[in-house]
Design a protein around this ligand. Structure first.
Ligand code: G
Ligand code: G
Ligand code: MN
Ligand code: NA
Length: 254
């Protein structure tokens, strides 16, 4: 644990954090609508590492905040590059944690960085899990999400359906997107209960005017089944693996 935290500190100091981009796709026509930026880092000897390798670091507020900052800077630099090259990456999402909101000035910081990199706010999305709505910081989270919303940065609720979300959160917080947890997608063909949950989330999102994105789409059959349930946006290995910036070519700007 403590060695993991030490490792996380040196990853931050050496700026080894790098985003991998996984496409979010319109299941009707394959069009890329945006990407989720997923944290990776380069171990000098072992090569590419996943977030689990520094899981304990994410529980440390100071480290979690620094990781988000490095991800944000890298993502905005990449988005700027794509825009300058005439490509339209759509909406690119970063993952934020409760620690990011606890600092109080998270939304201000993000909006400052957008301006610094000259990236229109419409190109950024913030993914949160239900955990940020719980506990003492909830008022602060609500203000930050409101701030994002007013500025044009969209907010996605990640892993929806698995956590502690109360439906009243959907009413209280300005959430624009529901991401259906991949546990419901993986058995959608054989498990009637999971199919019913997908169906319910699609209808719920629709009645709140939210987009609904299915995570963990691993086969064409799952994509077809999702479409049959009215879910038109997907993300998963079948649609595209997370890849580094250099391997990604977003659609040409119109
Ligand atoms: O990319 P991978 O499947 O290994 O991600 C594992 C977990 O790490 C996922 O739950 C994902 O949400 C989380 N994660 C990935 N990138 C980030 C990040 O930049 N910040 C935070 N807080 N979590 C991330
Ligand atoms: O918690 P979050 O949704 O941010 O995490 C996304 C994680 O899911 C990443 O670690 C990513 O590598 C992983 N992932 C992306 N697509 C798939 C998929 O099709 N199947 C599985 N099992 N994992 C996926
Ligand atoms: Mn996510
Ligand atoms: Na998720």
């Amino acid at each position: 644990r403590s060695s993991m935290i030490g490792m996380a500190r040196s990853i931050i100091a050496d700026r080894l954090v790098t985003p991998y981009y996984q496409p979010k796709v319109d299941l009707r026509n394959g069009q890329v609508l945006g990407y989720e930026a997923l944290l990776r880092w380069h171990h000098p000897r072992l090569g590419l590492q996943l977030p689990g390798s520094i899981a304990a670091g994410f529980e440390h507020a100071e480290i979690a905040v620094a990781l988000t900052e490095q991800m944000l800077d890298n993502v905005l630099r990449d988005v700027r590059g794509w825009l300058q090259a005439g490509h339209d990456p759509g909406r690119v999402a970063i993952n934020a944690s409760a620690a990011d909101f606890a600092r109080g000035d998270f939304a201000d910081r993000v909006l400052e960085q957008l301006a610094l990199f000259a990236v229109p706010p419409e190109h950024l999305e913030i993914e949160v899990t239900e955990i940020v709505f719980l506990g003492r910081g909830a008022g602060q989270v609500e203000r930050a999400l409101q701030h994002f919303s007013e500025a044009g940065v969209r907010v996605a609720l990640d892993d929806f359906g698995t956590g502690f979300a109360s439906l009243s959160h959907l009413k209280q917080y300005p959430v624009d997107i529901l991401k259906i947890d991949r546990s419901f997608v993986s058995n959608i063909e054989e498990d009637a209960g999971d199919a019913a949950i997908v169906d319910a989330i699609v209808k719920l999102g629709g009645s709140f005017g939210m987009d609904v994105v299915a995570e963990g789409v691993e086969s064409a059959a799952q994509a077809d089944r999702l479409l049959a349930h009215g879910c038109i946006i997907g993300q998963g290995f079948h649609l595209g693996r997370p890849q580094p910036c250099a391997a990604i070519t977003p659609p040409l700007a119109k």
